[in-house]
Design a protein around this ligand. Structure first.
Ligand code: ZN
Length: 86
């Protein structure tokens, strides 16, 4: 049980790990993962949970015929085509 003193110093790289459900980031788009703060905004899921997304995905969600119930559904609805984006 070694103490990992370096943890928390810098964010861990999560390349290849698409499961962000347990740790929703507030600094990247939940759909495409863009981290450009100028593009980031928020959208609201059906249950009222606020999710960080980029401007284009905010608009895409608003235009969708229904609200997503989860981040996963949001991603599916908005057809994430940038699965390889790091
Ligand atoms: Zn996006």
């Amino acid at each position: 049980m070694a103490l990992a003193r370096a943890v928390g110093d810098r964010p861990a790289m999560r390349m290849g790990n698409l499961d962000r459900r347990t740790a929703p980031s507030h600094t990247t788009c939940a759909v495409c993962g863009t981290a450009d703060a100028r593009l980031l905004s928020t959208t609201t899921l059906e249950d009222g949970l606020r999710v960080t997304v980029c401007g284009s995905h905010k608009v895409a969600h608003r235009r969708a015929e229904k609200m997503a119930r989860s981040v996963d559904e949001l991603r599916m609805m908005l057809c994430d085509r940038r699965v390889a984006a790091g």
